[in-house]
Design a protein around this ligand. Sequence first.
Ligand SMILES: Nc1ncnc2c1ncn2[C@@H]1O[C@H](COP(=O)(O)OP(=O)(O)OP(=O)(O)O)[C@@H](O)[C@H]1O
Length: 221
Amino acid sequence: MTGFRLQQAALAVDGRPILHDLDLTIRPGERVALLGESGAGKTTLLRALRDQHPDRVAWCPQQPGLVPVLSVFHNLYMGRLDRYATAYNLLNLIRPTAARRHDLAKLADRLGLGERLWTPVERLSGGQQSRVNLGRALYQERPVFIGDEPVSSVDERQGADLLGLVCEQHETVVLALHNVDQALTHCNRIIGLRDGRVAFDRPADQLTPAEIKPLYPADAS
Ligand SMILES: Nc1ncnc2c1ncn2[C@@H]1O[C@H](COP(=O)(O)OP(=O)(O)OP(=O)(O)O)[C@@H](O)[C@H]1O
């Protein structure tokens, strides 16, 4: 069981303080959403959590980092590069095995990319690439999923479906989300970041719109 703890932590990026006075425990089984305006420090916090258990975390970054000339199959496969021996990885690069074809065809179907398994990702739309990015993290099959806006470029229905899949497959989930409705639907704990601090940390079913609104002062007008 993998949990996370920050005690009186301060997080900085390139020596610049970003978040202060962080006291945070995330227990196995929790589904946590981080909310806050752009630049509030969501990515910074997610990275700090990931670094506590890098081998237990399926990491889904905001910037996909896919290999453009390689197919959906190969980019998804990369989620497991560190699980298999180099020779097996090379074999799958050149002539994919039946077992990996089987499980990646299934995953591509769930991602709505079943018809695109052998298409180079450079020929996919932004939303499709972002689904490959999410799929690569799902394919890691680790107990914790940490995702930085994992469905922000995906349409709402598909986004809901994929977040459901993420929650179903992982013991613990921590997500930075900009869609508040998605956070309230899929997560049971919401952490709001503002002014370099945790503004609130509440069960999703107790949170009021009045608490959420101040997180986004730019929307006040
Ligand atoms: N590589 C970097 N070098 C310098 N400053 C950075 C770097 N990455 C992030 N920052 C700064 O750190 C702060 C927090 O950034 P962070 O990416 O954690 O915010 P965020 O809440 O995830 O934003 P977004 O919703 O836009 O992804 C921002 O002010 C940002 O400008």
